[in-house]
Design a protein around this ligand. Structure first.
Ligand SMILES: *[C@@H]1O[C@H](CO)[C@@H](O)[C@H](O)[C@H]1NC(C)=O
Ligand SMILES: *[C@@H]1O[C@H](CO)[C@@H](O)[C@H](O)[C@H]1NC(C)=O
Length: 250
C-alpha cells in the first residue's frame, strides 16, 4: 500500500515537474508582466488586461465581471423598501485605468479608474413616499456616467502548495464618486398612475446625486466586493512571478 502510494507520489512529482518546467504558464497571454513598479508600466499593463480579464477565465474558475448579475439586493430606505432583482451590471470592460501604485515591500496596492456602468433589471418598491403609498414594480435601468473609484488594498505573500509565491489580500477600502451623472429609468413606480410615476421619476433624475447617495452604496459595495473576490481568486491561481518581474521582497 505504502509502496503504491509513494509510486503515485513520485509520478505526480515528475508530472508536476514537466508541467512547471515546460513553457506552461498559468497567466493568460494578455497579462504582460512589468519589469519594474513604475505607475506608467502598471497602468498600461492593467489597462491591457482589463477588457479580457473581466470576461472571466473559466480554466481558472474566475467568474465574469462584465456583465455580472446581482440576483437580489434590498435597499431599505426611510419608508420605502426597494429591492433589485436580476440586475445585470455591464461596463467594466470599458473602464479607464487612471493610476496603479504597487509598493511591493509595503504590501500595498492602489487601483484608480473611472467607467460608465449600466444596471438593467427589475425592481420592486413597497412603502410610502411622502403622502403616497408606493407599490411599484417593473423594469429598472440605472446608468452611471464616469463613476470614479479608488481601491486601496493591503496585500501579503502566500506560499502555495507547489512552493510558488502568490499575492494574497489582507483587506481593502475604497472611495468613489458617482461622477458626472446617474440616470434612472424605473417603470410603474405607481401602478395606478402613469402621470404620478413620471413625476416621481423626473424628481429622481433631477435629484440624481442625492438619490444615488441614498440608494447607491449597497450596489457599489456589492460590485467592489465581487471584483475584489475575483482578483483574490486570480492571485491565488496565478503565481507572483507571472504577474510581475520584480524579485519578491521576502
Ligand atoms: C520586460 O522585459 C522583457 C525581457 O527583456 C521584455 O520582453 C518585456 O517586454 C518587458 N516587459 C514590459 C512590460 O516592458
Ligand atoms: C462615458 O460616457 C460619456 C457620455 O456618453 C462619454 O463622454 C465618456 O467618454 C464615457 N466614459 C468612459 C470611461 O467610457
Amino acid at each position: 500500500m505504502n509502496f503504491h502510494m509513494s509510486v503515485y507520489g513520485i509520478t505526480l512529482n515528475i508530472l508536476l515537474f514537466f508541467f512547471r518546467s515546460g513553457s506552461t504558464k498559468l497567466a493568460p497571454d494578455y497579462i504582460h508582466p512589468c519589469n519594474d513598479t513604475s505607475s506608467e508600466c502598471l497602468v498600461k499593463a492593467t489597462q491591457d488586461a482589463v477588457p479580457h480579464f473581466v470576461r472571466g477565465i473559466p480554466e481558472l474558475d474566475i467568474p465574469t465581471l462584465d456583465p455580472f448579475v446581482i440576483e437580489e439586493l434590498s435597499i431599505p430606505l426611510s419608508g420605502v423598501k426597494v429591492t433589485f432583482l436580476q440586475g445585470k451590471v455591464s461596463g467594466f470592460k470599458n473602464c479607464i485605468v487612471d493610476n496603479v501604485i504597487s509598493e511591493l515591500d509595503k504590501r500595498h496596492f492602489v487601483l484608480q479608474f473611472h467607467t460608465n456602468l449600466t444596471i438593467k433589471g427589475q425592481y420592486t418598491a413597497v412603502g410610502r413616499l411622502l403622502l403616497f403609498p408606493i407599490n411599484g414594480e417593473g423594469d429598472a435601468t440605472i446608468k452611471l456616467t464616469n463613476l470614479r473609484m479608488k481601491v486601496d488594498i493591503n496585500t501579503k505573500y502566500i506560499k502555495g502548495k507547489n512552493g510558488l509565491h502568490h499575492f494574497g489580500l489582507r483587506n481593502y477600502k475604497y472611495t468613489f464618486d458617482y461622477g458626472d451623472r446617474v440616470s434612472f429609468d424605473l417603470q410603474n413606480i405607481f401602478k395606478e398612475s402613469k402621470q404620478l410615476s413620471d413625476t416621481v421619476l423626473n424628481f429622481l433624475n433631477e435629484n440624481w446625486k442625492t438619490v444615488a447617495e441614498e440608494f447607491g452604496k449597497p450596489i457599489v459595495d456589492y460590485a467592489v466586493e465581487l471584483a475584489i473576490n475575483t482578483i483574490k481568486k486570480f492571485f491565488l491561481a496565478v503565481p507572483y512571478e507571472e504577474l510581475i518581474n520584480v524579485p519578491i521582497p521576502i
